[in-house]
Every structure is written in structure tokens, then in C-alpha cells.
Design a protein around this ligand. Structure first.
Ligand code: UD1
Length: 395
């Protein structure tokens, strides 16, 4: 038995690392073999390699080098490259995480080959079909055999779509496993020069809806510049955003404020900044969850979120993308009127273990079959008991 775990883009790494670790810790005879596949959707050292190092992910057995491109090109390249991997490895299950193009492509490839698909972070819904991630979520969930969910609202979404109860496993949030496991190391990272703990604002922007249109991006940058006059801003810039700032001639506008423009940060460094900042402004998905656990106020610069639990229970506020609304909300937080939150159920650092338990229960070879498999390898079939008593046997 074999399980393939797939990573492809930056947010996948912290979601899959706790599962890898838990599976490795629980390995015993009869456990499935674990094989890591990197699709290469993200490939820059700062978007990929540094996360492998920080999260101590093993070298992937396969790197598919899918790279960037249009949605069809990127998804198609992963589909084509992943199929021979599945054929060669014949896994019992392919585990995909999140909502990136690699998630859907690998789920689709596996399912069409008759391989079980397990989706980590299933059931999140923004109901916004203009977001590529929403298409990826809905399609991946529709063909998954095991749907590992992070919160109770995700369970409800799946039930309302007719997903049978036996497929849904409410396990918690593996991204939070990574956060809790690495927080101490993250807090040991130095802050950017010139900013002090508790004083600064962290900004991230990378959603196509916010950064691919010059008017939208310009409006957001001007708003960030204005807010930076009240509290210094630290802005690690995603490659998509950096490219667009340059292409649209907007990069120079950042000089008008107190903004520390940084390259994409490693995992420890980024989490260390978020944990010590005064407020986050972001269009990311995962950061809405991380700020909820860290009890840091988060303004989400989007019109909707697939993670409403972070607004209901946590410190997240969905403020939209209109500059006036962002400004009002940001000044309210900086004036001390920030939402107080609580941590959603099962965001306790043990989601990876729950997922590993479920996968091992389903895909380990039962002891009776183990004996037969072992002996068949040697060209004979004996009764299990006879094999178990073999001195020095591997059973
Ligand atoms: C992808 C995910 C998004 C996720 C985000 C996290 C999809 C549809 N989108 O968006 O859900 O939140 O990752 O970062 O899967 N680039 C580089 N180096 C890299 C990777 C990308 O320079 O290592 C540049 C390229 O110009 C590329 C652009 O960034 O065209 C966008 O990359 P892509 O993977 O298409 O989407 P993201 O915006 O990163």
C-alpha cells in the first residue's frame, strides 16, 4: 500500500508537513509507504525551497516542474505530469490540500485512474465562482473520497451539497498545527530593521482580483500608504504583485509612505512578524486563520471569504476592497477597537495526527494479509501464524 501526498504552491507546504510528520511517527510494519510529490507550481526558492527547509519536509520523490502559466496551461501540465507518477507508484490514495490549481489537477488525475482521493481542508466555500480557488474547491470536493474538514461550517457546506456523512472527517486545521509547532522558532526571528513589536502593520496582497487590475491595485496601495502614516507597514510582496506593480508603474507610490517593502518571507520569519504586529491587512486565506489563533486583528481585503469561521469566532473582519471602508476599519483597530476572538474547535495542533490515524486505519495492510503478502513475495503461501513465528521475521 502506498499514499502519495501532493504539494504544489506555498500554502500547501504548511498544510501537508504535519501530516507527513504524523505519518512518519506512526509508521510500523504494514503501514502504507509515504511518497511526497511536488508539482512545481511554485518554484522560486522564496516560494518553495525555504518552506521545505523551515518545515523540515523531506525531498519530494517526484518534482513535476509545472511552473507558471494560464490556468489551463498550469492545470494541464500538472495533469499530464502526475498521471505517469500515479501509474508507476499505484497508490491506494492521493492526498491533496487546499484549493490551488495543483490540488484540483492531482485529484482529477488520481480519481480517473480509480485511486482514492483525500482532500485536506475540504468544504470551504466563498460562493464566489469568479475566484479560481472556489472552482478548485468545489470540483475537488465533488470527486474526493475522504473530506478532511477544518471547521463545523465546512461540514455543513458539504452536507448541504449532499456529501454523505461517512466521507466527512472533521479533523481540525493542519495549517494551525504548523503554526503552533513553529511559533517559538518564529518569535526568535529578528523583525525588519526599524520596526518594533506591537507597533507595525503587516500587509499582503496577491489575489488576481486585487492585483491584476491597475485601478484596484493603485487604490489599495494608496490606502496602505495612508495607513502607514499612523503605523509603519511591513509589506512582503508576492511575485505576482511585484510584477504588476512594476508593469502598471505603481511601485514608486510605495515610497510615499512608511512602508518596508520585502521579498516573500520564509515561514518562520513571516509568522514571527504576524505574531508581533498590531494589525494585518491581507487578501490571503490562510492568514485569516493564523491571525485568529494568534489573536491579532485581521482586515481581509476581499468581498467574501471561504473562511467565515474566522469572522464569527476569530479576529477577522471582512472589510471589502473599497478604500474608504478599509480606512475606517484600519483606523478603528489602530484606535484600539479591535475584535476579540476565540479559537475554533480542533485548531489545537493535532489535526495532522487525526488525519494520519484515519489514513493508517484505511490503508495499512491488516495483519492477516501482511503475512500472506510477505510469504507470497518468497514464492510460497503459508498460514499467517506460521510466518509470525519465523525467527527474525519482519512481521
Ligand atoms: C497561487 C494560488 C492561490 C494561492 C497562492 C499563494 C491558484 C489558482 N492560485 O496563486 O490560491 O493563494 O498561490 O501564493 O492555484 N511566480 C513566481 N515564482 C513562483 C511562483 C509564481 O515568480 O515561485 C509568479 C509568476 O509570475 C506567476 C505568478 O507569480 O505567473 C502567479 O503564480 P501562480 O502559481 O499562477 O498563482 P499565485 O498568484 O501564486
Amino acid at each position: 500500500m502506498k499514499i502519495l501526498l501532493v504539494v504544489g504552491a506555498r500554502p500547501n507546504f504548511m498544510k501537508v508537513a504535519p501530516i507527513m510528520r504524523a505519518l512518519a511517527a506512526k509508521q510500523c510494519h504494514g503501514s502504507p509507504e509515504i511518497c511526497l510529490v511536488h508539482t512545481g507550481q511554485h518554484y522560486d526558492a522564496r516560494m518553495s525551497d525555504s518552506f521545505f527547509a523551515d518545515l523540515q519536509l523531506p525531498e519530494p520523490r517526484y518534482h513535476l516542474a509545472a511552473g507558471s502559466g494560464s490556468h489551463a496551461q498550469q492545470t494541464g501540465r500538472v495533469l499530464t505530469a502526475f498521471e505517469p507518477v500515479c501509474e508507476r507508484e499505484s497508490p491506494a490514495c492521493v492526498v491533496v490540500a487546499g484549493d490551488v490549481n495543483s490540488t484540483l489537477a492531482c485529484a482529477l488525475t488520481a480519481k480517473k485512474l480509480g485511486i482514492d482521493v483525500a482532500h485536506v481542508e475540504a468544504g470551504l466555500r466563498s460562493r464566489d465562482h469568479s475566484m479560481p480557488e472556489e472552482i478548485n474547491r468545489v470540483c475537488t470536493d465533488a470527486i474526493s473520497d475522504i473530506l478532511f474538514t477544518t471547521d463545523t461550517l465546512a461540514n455543513e457546506n458539504l452536507r448541504s451539497e449532499g456529501v454523505p456523512e461517512h466521507k466527512i472527517r472533521f479533523v481540525g486545521n493542519t495549517m494551525i498545527d504548523s503554526l503552533l509547532a513553529n511559533l517559538k522558532r518564529a518569535l526568535a526571528c529578528p523583525l525588519p530593521e526599524g520596526v518594533e513589536a506591537g507597533q507595525f502593520v503587516v500587509v499582503t496582497l496577491h489575489r488576481p482580483g486585487n492585483v491584476d487590475d491597475p485601478g484596484a491595485l493603485g487604490g489599495l496601495i494608496d490606502t496602505v500608504v495612508e495607513i502607514s502614516r499612523r503605523a509603519p507597514v511591513v509589506f512582503p510582496v508576492h511575485p505576482r504583485t511585484r510584477g504588476n506593480l512594476e508593469r502598471f508603474g505603481l511601485a514608486g507610490r510605495l515610497d510615499a509612505g512608511d512602508i518596508h517593502v520585502l521579498e516573500p518571507q520564509g515561514y518562520f520569519s513571516f509568522i514571527g512578524m504576524v505574531a508581533r504586529c498590531r494589525m494585518v491587512m491581507t487578501d490571503s486565506g490562510g492568514i485569516q486563520e493564523e491571525t485568529t489563533v494568534l489573536n491579532i486583528p485581521c482586515l481581509t481585503l476581499r468581498e467574501n471569504t471561504e473562511r467565515p469561521i474566522t469572522c464569527i469566532s476569530g479576529t477577522n473582519m471582512l472589510v471589502g476592497t473599497a478604500p474608504a471602508n478599509i480606512r475606517t476599519a484600519a483606523h478603528a483597530v489602530l484606535d484600539g477597537r479591535a475584535p476579540r476572538g476565540s479559537v475554533p474547535a480542533k485548531w489545537d495542533g493535532k489535526a495532522g495526527q487525526r488525519i494520519a490515524d484515519e489514513l493508517l486505519a484505511r490503508y495499512s495492510v491488516p495483519p492477516s494479509d501482511r503475512a500472506v503478502c510477505h510469504v507470497q513475495d518468497r514464492g510460497a503461501v503459508l498460514q499467517p501464524d506460521a510466518v509470525l513465528s519465523t525467527p527474525g521475521g519482519v512481521l
